[in-house]
Design a binder for this molecule. Sequence first.
Ligand SMILES: NC(=O)C1=CN([C@@H]2O[C@H](COP(=O)(O)OP(=O)(O)OC[C@H]3O[C@@H](n4cnc5c(N)ncnc54)[C@H](OP(=O)(O)O)[C@@H]3O)[C@@H](O)[C@H]2O)C=CC1
Ligand SMILES: CC(=O)N[C@@H](CCC(=O)OP(=O)(O)O)C(=O)O
Length: 346
Amino acid sequence: MLKVGIVGGTGYTGVELLRILSQHPGVRITAITSRKEAGLPVADMYPSLRGRVDLAFTTPDEARLAECDVVFFATPHGVAMAQARELLAAGVKIIDLAADFRLKDTAEFEKWYGMPHTCPDILGEAVYGLPELNREAIRGARIVGNPGCYPTSVQLGFAPLLRTPGLVDASHLIANCASGVSGAGRKAEVATLFSEAADNFKAYGVKGHRHGPEINQQLRAVAGHADVHCLFVPHLIPAIRGIHSTLYARLTPQGQEADLQKLFEDCYRGEPFVDVMPAGSAPETRSVRASNIVRIAVHRPMPDLAMVLVVEDNLTKGASGQAVQCMNLMCGLDETAGLMFVPVLP
Ligand SMILES: NC(=O)C1=CN([C@@H]2O[C@H](COP(=O)(O)OP(=O)(O)OC[C@H]3O[C@@H](n4cnc5c(N)ncnc54)[C@H](OP(=O)(O)O)[C@@H]3O)[C@@H](O)[C@H]2O)C=CC1
Ligand SMILES: CC(=O)N[C@@H](CCC(=O)OP(=O)(O)O)C(=O)O
C-alpha cells in the first residue's frame, strides 16, 4: 500500500482527493493537513467521508509528510515549491495541483503569479502531468506539475488538430471556456457569492488569464513549433462543477481534406478517460460530473473551420482525478486504479 499525504485537505480539490483516494485499492491516506482546522476529525467537516476517512487534520509539518510515498499539494500557488526540496530529498514523490511546476519559463511564472520562483532547478526536472499527451515522462517523474483545469480541456481538444502538421492555422486558435464556481476554490470571495454567480453568465480575465501562457506553452509542445497562438477567454457559469470549452481552428486546404471525426477517434483510441463522441454530438457538463472522463465532439460548421466541444469536471479530470492518474503512473500502478467511477446524474 502506498502511504499518501494531502496538504490542503479542507479545500475543494483536497476533499475531492479524499473522495477518490479513500476508495483507491492501492493507497492508505496517512496525512491530511489544514492549518486552520488542525485537530478536527475530517469526517466532522465532511460527513460524506464518515466511515471512509478516519483521520484528523494536522498542521503541514514536514516530518509526517516525509514519511509518505506520495504527497499531493492541493494548496495555493507557492506552497509546494517551499517544501519540495526537503520532501524530494526524503524520497517522497510530489504532485502539485497548483501552478508552481507548470510554466517552464520562470519570468512568465513570476509575471502571472506575482512571486519569484524559488526552485528553478526542481522546475527543470518537473514533468507536466497530462497523461494523454505526456504519459512516458510522467511514469519516470519524481515531481509533477498537475495541469490547470481549463488547460486540460483546451489541450485535449486541440491536440488531434495540432499533432499532424499543416492541418490548421495554429497561429490563430480560439478557446472560449466556461467553468462552474468550484473552480475558484472554497475561500470566501464576492464573485462567488450565490447572489453574484447564480442566474448570471460573464467572461472574466478578458485582458489576460494565467492559464493563457500555460495553454500556449503546452500547445507549442504538442505542435512541435513556436508559431502557436491561442486566445483564451474564461467565463463563469452558474453551476458548481464542470467546464465546457468551445474551441475554434481555421483549417488549411490540407485540413479541409481530412476526416476530422476519424482523426479524433484515432488520436484517442484506447484512452480510458477520453470519449470521442459520435459526429454531431454536443456534450454536456453533467455527462462527466464527478468523473475522470473528458468528452469531446468535433464539428465542421464551415468548410474551413473546425469547432471542438469539450467537457470535463474541473475538480476531477481538471484537478484531483488527473492527479491520481499521474500518481498511478509514477508509482507503477494500473493507470485507471481508483478512477473508474461513473458520472453522477442529475
Ligand atoms: N478548484 C479547482 O477547480 C481547481 C483548483 N486547482 C488548484 O488547486 C489548488 C487548490 O485549489 P482549491 O482546492 O480550489 O483551493 P481551496 O482554496 O478550496 O483550498 C486551499 C487549501 O490549501 C490550504 N492552504 C492554504 N494556504 C496554505 C499554506 N500556505 N500552506 C499549507 N496549506 C495551505 C487550505 O487550508 P488551511 O488554510 O487551513 O491550511 C485549504 O485546505 C490551487 O492552487 C488551485 O489553483 C487546480 C485545478 C482546478
Ligand atoms: C472559475 C474559476 O475561478 N476558475 C479558476 C481556475 C482554477 C484552476 O484550475 O486554476 P489554477 O490551478 O491554475 O489556479 C480561475 O479562473 O482562476
